[in-house]
Design a protein around this ligand. Structure first.
Ligand SMILES: Nc1ncnc2c1ncn2[C@@H]1O[C@H](COP(=O)(O)OP(=O)(O)OP(=O)(O)O)[C@@H](O)[C@H]1O
Ligand SMILES: [Zn+2]
Length: 727
């Protein structure tokens, strides 16, 4: 082994003492036992950081295997690892490369235990979590984040939560009864919606053309009836008077789908409909173009014969003479196609999709369907050309059309760095009992004075960090904020009684749908028990789940005598220590109006409206002996449907960051990136020194002195925010 792979032949204690200057923190680091969940982009960074910081006992869990697409940023892996377990490879590579080594034997000091599994499995129960000093989440989905959040609350283990998406990221500490938990503040959904008239009539951005191309795909091959043709808004003022007749003829023609089917998906017919006739029609809507450049039309035959000359300064390259280079397909996908290549792709993909739609009847848009992406990329680029909008490569079209947020490795690096800083902060202020654990000790039963001091130290020293780069330029900014206290009626961390009103039709909902869609997916439970509140009746027991067959799952809820309008169910997940009362209302919703969901969470106002209806005798069913909420209406949580968005995020959704809670640009002050480590390390060192008092035996005095002196420099004032340059 050469010297580059063995950089740390000194005693790791010596190294850490030198870098951190705090023997007590070093002792705590070396004694901690950490669970790291996720060995992806952030996980690799964190694992490296933990080992370099001298942590010796780490468990890393990941359910996935290494994919080629991970290699550009998940630096512990190389192409020989593709197909192998992320956790197993991450553990061995990271120890070999980053662990401190015994100065005598040269062997790595740290032990990283890999687990190739899902943390959602029931065997990772509360006792399992309790062996760790703290948990770090380096995940990519909110279902798992919510679960680990609840498990850490239940086991009273601190959790460092993190996320990254493109140039944005965040890191925070979650500690039961001290800070907000993951479910206290639900992230808002992205609203990537565009005005229909912009998409149909006046696109100005590549994404408008891509959205239009996806609509066209859905209209030609999917189920939608919504036409992508110009939206005339029935406003005659859009047209010059002489055009009004044409306007009428345009609005009364058949849909694009009907027309294209009638031509058996003839490429020329489709092309000239959307890029010639529709564009000419739009051009005649003179008022649209008073402040915009009027679009230009394209003729199929001119392109097919090579006569068309493309005036294409927007993309600063190519005309139809330029042929796509014979580069490999990955590189070619990242190039902007020449118009003639676009034309070939359009004709070929249309012909393949025509065959498929004949067989399959309905095609669903899927970003991993190469032919579908070809079609959308080619038509969106032609449309961009018509509207003088820069064209995009197939790769970019795929990302934008698939709503894929690219992972940026420097964001993961910054997030990883802040996680390590957070671990130092956390270790410097938690009670020694959490580090040097007595197996049988219940940390919630610790002396309340000690817990109070610990809480104060955590609030003072641990932080919430946001990384952002809204303009996608070279400057990333980091905002450091104070951790906020728990929200009183949080579904996960509040000890109050939680009651939620949920409405759906009992006579068409099966037990299986209720359990899978509502109890597990909506409320993110993994081992639910459901009983009728106040009655000794069980609807569902987690321990019997394996014995429940399809006949029972297929049973309609209305077939259970106690499942009636206004019944109150008690939903519990004992592992997650999660409990909520569900007041059921027997109501049916229009699926389309209700975002495709058959159920709806109602808030207090909606409930009141329903009650009024009941009073007016409009209530369909009233069941007399039904147990109702103990507190009747007074303690119902005022839970907007939006409040549950956090548990509605799909597993495969891009990591979601709430833009709204990233502070304004004006709030940032500037720090050069090169100064970052020094500044932060100095701060950490000084705050740890002040709080740790150099105590060697790790007793509670540490926390006492933290309470007295340990004000964080990072949090000198509320909302003190730093801006950091990363270039
Ligand atoms: N329930 C789970 N149990 C264990 N690991 C999980 C669980 N859910 C997600 N993970 C892991 O968390 C990691 C998150 O890493 P990252 O965000 O970089 O995602 P990725 O899948 O590696 O990359 P990308 O999604 O960008 O292709 C992944 O390796 C994923 O397998
Ligand atoms: Zn909470």
């Amino acid at each position: 082994m050469d010297s580059t792979t063995q950089p740390l032949r000194q005693s790791s204690n010596q190294i850490l003492d030198l870098t951190l200057g705090d023997p007590e923190l070093v002792r705590r680091i070396k004694s901690s036992n950490i669970l790291l969940v996720g060995a992806g982009g952030i996980g690799c960074e964190v694992l490296k950081g933990l080992l370099l910081a001298g942590f010796e006992k780490i468990t890393i869990i990941d359910l996935d295997t290494i994919d080629v697409s991970n290699l550009n940023r998940q630096f512990l892996y190389n192409k020989t690892h593709v197909g192998q377990s992320k956790a197993v490879v991450a553990a061995s590579v990271s120890v070999e490369r980053f662990s401190h080594r015994d100065p005598v034997t040269g062997c790595p000091i740290s032990v990283v235990k890999p687990i190739h599994d899902s943390i959602l499995k029931l065997n990772f129960n509360r006792q399992y979590y309790q062996q760790f000093t703290f948990v770090i989440n380096a995940l990519d989905n909110n279902t798992t984040r919510v679960h680990v959040n609840r498990m850490c609350l239940a086991a009273d283990i601190p959790l460092i939560e993190s996320a990254s998406a493109s140039y944005n990221g965040n890191i925070r500490l979650i500690k039961r009864n001290v800070t907000q938990c993951f479910e206290c503040l639900p992230p808002k959904k992205d609203e990537n919606t565009y005005a229909s008239c912009t998409i149909r009539n006046t696109p100005s951005l590549p994404i408008h053309c891509i959205v239009w191309a996806k609509h066209l795909f859905a209209q030609l091959f999917g189920q939608t009836d919504e036409d992508i043709s110009p939206d005339v808004l029935y406003d005659p003022s859009m047209f010059s008077t002489t055009d009004s007749d044409e306007k009428i003829s345009q609005t009364t023609t058949t849909t694009t789908r009907e027309y294209v089917e009638s031509t058996d998906y003839d490429p020329k017919a489709l092309f000239e409909k959307i890029f010639y006739k529709d564009i000419l029609y739009l051009k005649k809507m003179g008022n649209l173009w008073t402040n915009r450049k009027s679009p230009r039309e394209l003729l199929f035959d001119q392109i097919a014969s090579g006569e068309a000359k493309f005036d294409d300064d927007l993309n600063n390259k190519d005309n139809n003479e330029q042929k796509t280079k014979p580069s490999n397909s990955v590189i070619r996908d990242q190039e902007i196609w020449s118009m003639s290549h676009c034309f070939d792709v359009f004709c070929k993909s249309l012909s393949k999709l025509k065959e498929r739609v004949k067989l399959e009847k309905i095609l669903e848009w899927d970003k991993d369907d190469d032919i579908a992406v070809d079609f959308v990329a080619s038509v969106s680029n032609f449309r961009s050309y018509c509207f003088f909008i820069p064209r995009k490569s197939k790769f970019e079209v795929k990302s934008l059309a698939g709503n894929i947020i690219p992972a940026i490795s420097s964001t993961n690096t910054i997030v990883g760095g802040y996680i390590i800083l957070q671990t130092f902060r956390l270790l410097s202020c938690i009670l020694p009992e959490r580090i040097w654990k007595d197996e049988h000790m219940d940390t919630t039963k610790l002396d309340s004075k000690k817990l109070e001091l610990e809480a104060k130290a955590i609030k003072d020293q641990c932080f919430l960090a946001y990384i952002t780069n809204k303009n996608y330029n070279k400057i990333s900014k980091v905002a450091i904020e104070e951790l906020l206290p728990p929200i009183p009626n949080c579904l996960a961390c509040s000890s109050d009684i939680k009651e939620i009103i949920i409405a759906f039709p009992l006579d068409t909902t099966t037990l299986g749908d209720f359990i899978e869609q509502i109890v597990k997916k909506k409320f993110k439970t993994i081992a639910p028990d459901i009983s009728v509140f106040g009655l000794n009746k069980m609807l569902w027991a987690a321990e019997d789940e394996d014995d429940v067959d399809d006949t029972i799952r297929g049973k309609l809820l209305s077939n259970y005598s106690f499942m009636t309008d206004n019944v109150c169910l008690l939903l519990q997940d004992l592992e997650q220590n999660f409990e909520v009362r569900l007041l059921l209302r027997d109501m049916k919703f229009d699926l389309e109006e209700n975002d495709g969901e058959f159920f709806k969470i109602l808030n207090q106002d909606e409930l009141d409206t329903l009650r009024d209806e009941m009073k007016n005798g409009n209530e369909a069913k009233q069941v007399e002996a039904t147990p109702t909420l103990e507190s009747d209406n007074k303690d119902l949580i005022n839970l907007e449907d939006n409040d549950l968005e956090l548990i509605e995020q799909e597993d495969n959704e891009p990591k979601h960051l709430d833009e709204n809670i990233v502070p304004n640009d004006d709030d940032f002050e500037i720090i050069e990136m090169s100064e970052l480590n020094e500044i932060e390390l100095d701060k950490i060192k000084s705050s740890i020194k002040r709080s740790g008092s150099g105590s060697e035996n790790g007793d509670e005095n540490d926390c006492h002195s933290a309470e007295v002196n340990g004000k964080s420099n990072l949090n000198q004032s509320n909302n003190s925010i730093k801006r950091i340059r990363t270039n």
